[in-house]
Design a protein around this ligand. Structure first.
Ligand code: TMP
Length: 224
């Protein structure tokens, strides 16, 4: 039984969505705006974010690792996250920093739960174990039609000559449809924490919508 950890003075914000939804662009925009205000920030990502995590990321995403079984995939994401939380996220939160993280537990629920079909309650218990119960204060899901997300990915990787730039991008359209529906279902289950914004508009519109959610949270925190 794990005891949820308090995030102390810090603030933990995660960004989620299909590959191609633009979440990294949005995260970078929010980061820039907060840095302009000289707020203490840590920007990080999953899988990765630590030296060990970067090695796990390579194992997870190599297109030549097509033979990876779904259980190994799930446990590698959990292992990456356990390292990340202890080594980087919690220390930053304890220092009072704003942690902006590109993917976290909701990605595992969406991809390995809704996408691969693992039991959601079981994944939640595994996530609680891996993270000691650390939950984001705010999760921003960028929602986009699968065909449009894939078209954006193809444009981004034009010239590389690869269909998908990693093992999961190469999954079927049906898989990505399940992931998308998964994110929307998670948001319905936890509407206070998980906010969905459309990524179908311009980059500027999406970035501004995300920034507003972050600013609302920071304002509530200051008022608390
Ligand atoms: P990224 O391209 O956003 O860095 O993410 C790498 C891939 O890993 C992406 O296709 C989503 C996938 N992923 C999962 O399947 N489960 C997870 O828990 C995480 C963090 C990512």
């Amino acid at each position: 039984m794990t005891v949820p950890v308090a995030t102390q003075a810090g603030c933990f914000i995660t960004f989620e969505g299909l590959d191609g939804s633009g979440k990294t662009t949005v995260l970078n925009f929010v980061e820039q705006r907060l840095r302009q205000r000289h707020l203490p920030i840590l920007v990080t990502r999953e899988p990765g974010g630590t030296r060990i995590g970067d090695e796990i990321r390579q194992i997870l995403l190599k297109t030549s690792h097509r033979g990876m079984v779904a259980k190994a995939e799930l446990l590698l994401y959990a292992a990456d996250r356990a390292q990340h939380v202890q080594e980087r996220i919690l220390p930053a939160l304890r220092q009072g920093r704003i942690v902006l993280c590109d993917r976290y537990t909701d990605a595992t629920l969406a991809y390995q739960g809704y996408g691969r079909g693992f039991d959601l309650d079981w994944i939640e218990r595994l996530m609680e174990f891996a993270t000691d119960g650390l939950k984001p204060d705010l999760t921003i899901v960028l929602d986009l039609d699968v065909a449009e997300a894939q078209a954006r990915l193809r444009r981004r990787h034009a010239g590389i000559g690869a269909m998908g730039h990693d093992r999961l991008d190469a999954e079927t359209v049906e898989f990505h449809e399940r992931v998308r529906r998964g994110y929307l279902a998670l948001a319905q289950r936890e509407p206070q924490r998980i906010k969905v914004i459309s990524a179908a508009g311009t980059v500027e519109e999406t970035c501004q919508a995300a920034l507003k959610l972050v600013e609302d949270l920071l304002r509530r925190r200051r008022g608390a």
